[in-house]
Design a protein around this ligand. Structure first.
Ligand code: ZN
Ligand code: FE
Length: 257
């Protein structure tokens, strides 16, 4: 099983898996880079997974579906302008011996889903769209802090060896914010240097490792004293409630430069 992040637009990744000549893509916002990769590597597109309805994740689906006759899967609770098999929490997708579990992860959008699978002889894979980013999380366009926190809690409960395939290369700017929240986090300080080195070579910082995210991503660490104290410094009216702390951390990030 081969995994490859196809760069698209300015900072999207369209994740591509291939096995024995067949390929699966996740969130193809643009068909062109997918078609170019398939052609260069003599692959056939077999399946498309979609996490949520935003155009930068769906723009290429109809064209790819038509030209490859690919199966398309997507969120049951969102409307998208093409035919697809609707999935919700507990549903599975089988592809080339993998069994993807569907997770409902509302917050960025109301019906956002994620896909998690074990991979023989490799670490598990998570395709989480715009829910979890390395060092950050998606903006709350359609959901509440409670929902997003619950979604991230579900992700945090997956095996910590899980490779986290996020849909955007936002890592360095997220880590800049993470450092403002936890300036004394040694693991974070080291990880910033590691990611800066990757970006200097134009390499992706993804997939991330869930174990690492739990150590460096403030949005997975909102119950820790260091993060609570920092949020209360930013927003002194913040209560002790998990969702309030999370919500104010997200507001802080929104205005952080
Ligand atoms: Zn989005
Ligand atoms: Fe996006």
């Amino acid at each position: 099983m081969n995994l490859y992040p196809l760069p698209a637009f300015s900072d999207n990744y369209i994740w591509l898996l291939h096995h024995e000549g067949l390929a699966l893509v996740v969130d193809p916002g643009d068909a062109a880079p997918v078609n170019a990769y398939l052609k260069a590597n003599k692959l056939q597109l077999d399946a498309i997974l979609v996490t949520h309805h935003h155009g930068d994740h769906t723009g290429g689906v109809a064209q790819l579906q038509a030209s490859w006759n690919a199966k398309v899967y997507g969120p049951a609770h969102e409307a998208m302008p093409f035919k697809y098999q609707a999935l919700k929490q507990g549903n599975t997708v089988e592809w080339q011996g993998l069994v993807f579990q569907t997770l409902d992860v509302p917050g960025h959008t109301a019906g956002h889903i994620a896909y998690w699978a074990e991979v023989p002889q490799q670490d598990p894979l998570l395709f989480c769209g715009d829910t979890l980013f390395s060092g950050g999380c998606g903006r709350l366009f359609e959901g509440t802090p409670e929902q997003m926190l619950h979604s991230l809690d579900q992700i945090a409960a997956l095996p910590h060896t899980t490779r986290v395939c996020c849909a955007h290369e936002y890592t360095l700017s997220n880590l800049k914010f993470a450092l403002a929240v936890e300036p004394h986090n040694e693991v974070l300080i080291d990880y910033v240097a590691h990611c800066q080195n990757l970006r200097a070579q134009q390499l992706p910082t993804l997939p991330g490792l869930l174990a690492k995210e739990l150590q460096i991503n403030p949005f997975l660490r909102t119950r820790l004293r260091s993060v609570i104290d920092a949020v209360q410094q930013f927003a002194p009216h913040t209560s002790q409630q998990d969702a309030d702390i999370f919500g104010n951390l997200r507001l802080w990030k929104n205005e952080f430069k």
